[in-house]
Ligand binder design. Structure first.
Ligand code: NAP
Ligand code: ZN
Length: 353
């Protein structure tokens, strides 16, 4: 067991503060990682505020982790000290069910172990995430960061990136696809970049007129303001695929109307009851609504390699640990372009009680 510094919340309505946490001694298949950067995901704020009613405190968030291997367990074969590695939303799963065998560990039949606020499969302890100096993770859940990726910006690929990559690949988005991305935030801006890199024609649907130029700079060919009913009406039946990243309860009907024949709207943000869906909008044009949860380990490695090859990286604002609470407030006020990443080196000099 080793002690390290971290930033976490002790209750739902408290700021994140510095604290000491324990990291387990290496098991045979474990990799110890010194964390260099960690992205701030909107889910971190949902967890800290107990929006989903499942948070165990203290809660140390962070599942967009990039660092270097510092030590490995006796049976680790894939990594050695010094390797550039990453950890996303998962740190363990049963490794035996059809989902795990198919590289879809996020859908593990026995429940995957989340990087934070999960339950360690051996000890039952609550897992603590990447807003910390170090983490210990089972080898199978460690990813390799290609040399060509700038490590400062790679973090958000581990959650924002993989969450949008999985449905883009599942629904075959590529050359000839006409797609829309709803919500230009952390997930949304990655969806635009990745879909454009895959060859799709991308429209951004936003509540923020001020993001129109950014959307085009990211590669979108069109921008629709969701508050403009005439523009929305004119886009009826236009898209094959819509990725909806809105983080809270909302009305999907205005977006469903935009899908053409056999079109699919994939929901990734709102984990709560939606406003009532109008059945006719599903029946007409054979439309469907689907959901998607992060992504498995093979797909995450595929994404890191794709981004290195195609030079796709998130737009990030790098902050130091003292700015975490401000970053949360700004993210929730829709004031981030388009992902905060914490420089974890700034934790070394922080005093903890
Ligand atoms: P984010 O950076 O805050 O972006 C969300 C965007 O949605 C905002 O930038 C805004 O874009 C739009 N938006 C916000 N509130 C809205 C509202 N009330 N009505 C309409 N649009 C609104 O958040 P994120 O990190 O991308 O995460 C998005 C959601 O995905 C969160 O709920 C997060 O927990 C969830 N998530 C899910 C998974 C999964 O596996 N399914 C994984 C990671 C995250 P505009 O200004 O363009 O309108
Ligand atoms: Zn996340």
């Amino acid at each position: 067991m080793t002690t390290c510094k971290a930033f976490g919340a002790c209750e739902a309505h408290a700021d994140l503060t510095p604290m000491h946490i324990e990291r387990r001694a290496l098991r045979e298949h474990d990799v110890a990682i010194d964390i260099d950067y960690c992205g701030i995901c909107h889910s971190d704020a949902h967890a800290v505020h107990n929006d989903w009613g499942t948070t165990v405190y203290p809660c140390v968030p962070g599942h967009e982790i990039v660092g270097r291997v510092s030590a490995v367990g006796a049976h680790v074969t894939r990594y050695k000290p010094g390797d550039r590695v990453a950890v996303g939303c998962l740190v363990d799963s049963c490794q035996a069910c059809p989902s795990c065998e198919g590289g879809q560990e996020q859908n593990c039949a026995k429940g995957p172990t989340a990087t934070y606020n999960g339950k360690d499969r051996h000890t039952g302890e609550t897992t603590l995430g990447g807003y910390s100096e170090r983490i210990v993770v089972r080898e199978q859940f460690v990813l390799r960061v290609p040399d060509a990726l700038d490590v400062r910006y790679a973090g958000p690929l581990l959650c924002a990136g993989i969450t949008v990559w999985t449905p883009l690949r599942r629904y075959g988005v590529g050359e000839g696809s006409k797609i829309a991305v709803v919500g230009l935030g952390g997930l949304g801006h990655m969806a635009v970049k990745l879909a454009v890199a895959l060859g799709a024609e991308v429209t951004v649907i936003t509540t923020s007129a001020s993001k129109a130029d950014d959307a085009r700079a990211l590669g979108a060919s069109d921008v629709l303001l969701s508050k403009d009913p005439k523009a929305m009406q004119a886009a009826a039946n236009r898209f094959d695929f819509i990725l909806d990243t809105i983080p809270t309860r909302h009305n999907v009907n205005p977006y469903l109307m935009l899908l053409g024949r056999n079109g699919v709207l994939v929901l990734v943000g709102a984990l709560e009851p939606l406003e009532a869906v109008h059945g006719a909008l599903l029946v007409i044009n054979n439309r469907s609504i689907a959901g998607s949860l992060i992504g498995g380990l093979p797909a995450t490695q595929e994404l890191l390699d794709f981004c290195a090859e195609h030079n796709v990286l998130p737009d990030c604002e790098i902050v130091d640990v003292h700015e975490i609470n401000t970053a949360f407030t700004r993210m929730q006020a829709n004031d981030v372009k388009y992902r905060f990443v914490i420089d974890m080196a700034t934790l070394h000099d922080v005093k903890t009680d």
